[in-house]
Design a protein around this ligand. Sequence first.
Ligand SMILES: NC(=O)c1ccc[n+]([C@@H]2O[C@H](COP(=O)([O-])OP(=O)(O)OC[C@H]3O[C@@H](n4cnc5c(N)ncnc54)[C@H](O)[C@@H]3O)[C@@H](O)[C@H]2O)c1
Length: 255
Amino acid sequence: MQLFDISALVTGGASGLGEATARALVAAGAQVTITDLPTSAGEEVAAALGGGTRFVPADITDELTLGAAMDAATERGPLRAVVHCAGRGGDRLRILGKDGEPSPLASFEEVLRINLVGTYNVLRLAAARMVRNEPLDGDRGAVVMTASVAAFDGQIGQTSYTASKAGVHGMTLVAARDLAAAQIRVNTIAPGIFDTPMLARLREDIREGLAASVPHPRRLGAPEDYAHLALSLLQNPYVNAETIRLDGGIRMAPR
Ligand SMILES: NC(=O)c1ccc[n+]([C@@H]2O[C@H](COP(=O)([O-])OP(=O)(O)OC[C@H]3O[C@@H](n4cnc5c(N)ncnc54)[C@H](O)[C@@H]3O)[C@@H](O)[C@H]2O)c1
């Protein structure tokens, strides 16, 4: 699907992978709307991206505000592309604490609510708009979701995060099958370790250690690497129902 002049929405567009994807979409000539939490730097980021980029605040788990963001994107033309990057890290809790007590259920539920329920909310509300589009290059729309390599090799303390991202991976095939009749493609990127604000909270020596553990290239992923693949997945009409690891070949150790 061509990207020039189409309306595209990026969730989590105020930071990290979403911001880089929005920048790449602007460069490709798309009409870009970014959405992120009201507390984010979305307004400033949209202004810096230029190209008429709009910021519409929304919580991905909220039907009303997210729907309004999608409607705002639709005002700029039929919404054809959604790249869903909004999400949160895990709670870093082991199943049993040092005292042998089970970890709090509420923490597990919260990670699932944002990363998995939020992703389903993005998917269903986007599809409801895309199905009304006339096909362009054979697609009414294309969605890119974001999992993580933790979906496949989750580390100790990542039970909630891994469950949420494995859920996103698991939804990919069934969503693509389900939405095939609507001519909507659904793919997922499973990033390795990327240099974004989500990772910035780690100590520098830990970040260097992580970079050194990547087989090739021996560095953290750049948000532009993600944007490159996201745009390619939107453009290539024959990629569908796929989760692609984007990780320099890394396989995470147990801890
Ligand atoms: N950075 C990495 O190494 C890495 C690795 C694997 C997967 N991921 C995934 O990539 C995605 C993007 O991560 P990032 O590194 O760009 O992080 P980031 O923290 O830079 O950006 C995430 C954005 O999502 C927004 N957000 C969080 N909860 C939201 C909600 N409920 N509603 C709307 N917006 C919300 C945040 O405000 C933030 O701007 C996440 O899903 C993350 O799990 C990141």
